[in-house]
Ligand binder design. Structure first.
Ligand SMILES: [Zn+2]
Length: 689
């Protein structure tokens, strides 16, 4: 199971204000742009005309929302995304320096610099047009037999990493034996963001499908197909994708680790889906399917087989042509990039203008050479003191969680013993990896952007494939160091906090403890709680899918989780769309549990201190405003609609207000009265940990 859980956070070196950096290129005078400083509790972001007991989120974030309209190239704009943008700007400075041909560069700096320079070379990219696809398109044309698809799809998967071509593949830890890495086949093959887009029949979903069909047709036209044929081709794509979507599990179903784990042999797979040449596929993609593999969604694989055997070779070729261009669109010439943007960003998410080229290039270096760039970032932006303080907070949070578990009145001793053992086994990973990845075998060439992307993705595919049969690398990170986010991995049983999420305005060494514990300790607590949310709790301390819960304790947990699902399912996301509490319950549970243990850790940390009020806020009020301000954000309604389907997190307002209604400490801090919006009677409060 890939990462049960992700939250977010962020800030770095300090300037004077919280102004967003302009899109000015770094100059020779200041190659490394300093990161702007915003405090982790910012009174200018508040709106004190609002009563915190009615709406803590607007009380803490109303000023921020007013002062930070969404930039035209962004789909959301929040404290996290702003810090992400600042980090990108900082990385731009690093990449400008390493792209200098006559600068003194280590071989690794040379790779990130040359990748960046090739990415910025729009003239060369424009001259190539769709030519980088020509050889693959010709091969599709030449297929005379469906058996040939296996080897070709394998090769394409290895160098595009796309799960949009028929299905997805990769490696994962065996759910029953976390020490073993095996190959896995996942559902995939879709161009829209989720299977729901193909099966819902409300007016908006139908309109989106119609617009998607137009987009697919336009892309075919850009490859040289005439208008009428392109229209027909789009209908073929839609037909095949709809069939695959219908056979795919919903996101809620996929939250059940038992529903997505089906250990099978290659022979069983070949029997289940004989129309596809699986041995040729595995050989070409470079994955060893021995001794067994995970067929995450068997019903999907059966439908895949039905499509391959039932559709004509000619129509399958049409579908494959589409998946090829869709996977590569971002790296091709402007007409293709623009059409891709018009559908996926403008129509689906409401974004007004495409990102400037440098931002895309920074994003791709961060993806394709993540640890080469991350190493530079850490060297310039993450002092050792920040790492030390965060590590201290993490151990405090774990101690608080231990006390919580020990005192639970609904869990019996045998289950508690298992829970405490799991807690003790969690690994803490802070800032960046101990060992940086070696990219020496990856060839990066100036002037060959498309080739660089392809080689980098192939390098990563091979690196992943090589894990099969080898001991699990517990030190590996799944996020790059500058990333403004964090995660818990249930099979590794580790919490991971990249440097990017441990900086102001998230963790702020200049600020008093209260907002820092409300904010960063809350994030650490959130990730830790994922080990015990409705999904994470099904894994044991070794990372194995194993039920360690006494029946009555599991029922108690589920009742309490249901209280949270019911609460969040009443919140409106946009228009008439409400939160799907079954989708967001893992995150909602982690938000609440995380903040409760952050509160405990803060109390413990400051027990013998005389705390002072500041900014007309008492220390407990500063804790809660600090908590709320990580989530300050503006979101486009179009993006909210997409998120309602694909995002396991509730919207920011509900992640804040939803938590504090279940914390008596909040009502007490703000002297709230019964009957106010964020005050629940104690017997109605949801509580797990
Ligand atoms: Zn999370």
């Amino acid at each position: 199971m890939p990462n049960a859980a992700m939250t977010a956070c962020a800030a770095v070196m300090m300037l004077a204000t919280g102004e967003a950096l302009a899109d000015n290129a770094p100059s020779a005078d200041s190659p490394y742009l300093a990161l702007p400083y915003t405090p982790s509790l910012d009174v200018a972001s508040m709106d004190r005309s609002v009563d915190a007991c009615e709406d803590l989120y607007t009380y803490a974030c109303g000023g921020w929302q007013k002062n930070n309209p969404i930039p035209s190239d962004q789909s959301v704009w929040g404290v996290y995304s702003k810090l992400h943008a600042d980090n990108q700007h900082f990385l731009w400075g690093i990449l400008e320096v390493t792209a200098e041909l006559n600068a003194e560069r280590t071989p690794t700096q040379q790779k990130i610099g040359d990748y960046f320079a090739a990415c910025l070379d729009l003239d060369a990219i424009e001259r190539s047009g769709s030519a980088p696809l020509a050889a693959d398109l010709a091969r599709i044309d030449a297929f005379a037999d469906k058996r040939a698809l296996g080897a070709w799809v394998g090769e394409l998967h290895a160098r595009t990493a796309s799960s949009g071509m028929l299905f997805g593949a990769g490696v994962e830890q065996d759910a029953r034996d976390a020490n073993r890495v095996i190959a896995a086949i996942h559902a995939g093959g879709l161009g829209l963001p989720d299977r729901d887009y193909y099966v819902k029949d409300d007016a908006k979903s139908m309109a989106t499908r119609e617009r998607y069909r137009t987009h697919v047709a336009k892309m075919f036209e850009l490859l040289g197909t005439d208008q009428l044929a392109a229209h027909n081709d789009a209908a073929i794509v839609m037909r095949i994708e709809t069939a695959l979507a219908k056979a795919s599990l919903t996101r809620v179903e996929q939250r059940d680790p038992y529903k997505i784990f089906h250990r099978q042999t290659l022979a069983a797979l070949q029997k289940m889906a004989p129309a596809f040449d699986w041995p040729a596929y595995f050989s070409a993609v470079g994955l060893n399917p021995q001794p067994w593999l995970n067929l995450a969604q068997p019903a999907f694989i059966k439908e895949l087989n039905a499509q391959i055997s039932g559709e004509s070779l000619s129509d399958l070729k049409t579908y494959l042509r589409w998946t090829l261009i869709d996977a590569s669109a971002s790296y091709l010439s402007k007409n293709i990039v623009d059409e891709d943007f018009a559908f996926y960003s403008a129509y689906l998410r409401g974004v007004q203008t495409d990102q400037p080229r440098w931002k895309k290039c920074v994003t791709w270096v961060d993806r394709d050479l993540s640890e080469a760039l991350g190493k530079e970032f850490v060297a310039h932006a993450f002092p050792a003191a920040m790492k030390a303080k965060t590590l201290l907070m993490t151990t405090q949070i774990e101690a608080a969680m231990q006390r919580r578990i020990e005192r639970l009145d609904w869990m019996r001793p045998a289950t508690k013993k298992e829970a405490l053992a799991k807690l003790a086994q969690i690994r803490n990973k802070i800032g960046y990896p101990d060992l940086w990845r070696d990219y020496s075998s990856l060839i990066i060439l100036r002037g060959d952007f498309f080739g660089n992307v392809t080689r980098a993705i192939s390098f990563e595919s091979q690196r992943q494939a090589a894990k099969i049969g080898q001991p699990v690398d517990r030190g590996e990170w799944q996020m790059s160091a500058p990333t403004v986010n964090a995660y818990y991995d249930a099979q590794m049983n580790d919490v991971n906090f990249p440097a990017g999420v441990l900086m102001p305005p998230l963790y702020d060494p200049k600020m008093d403890d209260a907002p820092n514990y409300g904010n960063t300790a809350g994030t650490i607590g959130h990730e830790l709680t994922h080990a015990f949310d409705d999904q994470g709790r099904q894994f044991d301390g070794d990372g194995n899918l194993r039920n360690w819960w006494a029946v009555r304790d599991a029922a108690n947990f589920e009742n309490r989780a249901q209280c949270i699902r019911n609460q969040y399912s009443n919140y409106v996301i946009v228009d008439d769309i409400k939160i799907n509490g079954a989708l967001t319950s893992g995150e909602d549970i982690a938000d609440l549990g995380g903040e409760l243990i952050a509160w405990m850790a803060w109390q413990e940390q400051t027990r013998s201190m005389q705390l002072a009020a500041a900014d007309d806020l008492s220390p407990p009020q500063r804790f809660f405003v600090g908590f709320a301000q990580w989530a300050c954000a503006n979101q486009r309604p179009e993006t909210l609609r997409v998120n309602a389907i694909v995002d396991p997190h509730s919207p920011p307002r509900d992640r804040i207000n939803g938590v504090v209604t279940n914390m008596p400490e909040f009502a007490q801090a703000f002297h709230c009265k019964p009957g106010q919006a964020l005050v629940k009677p104690p017997e109605k409060m949801c509580k797990i940990w």
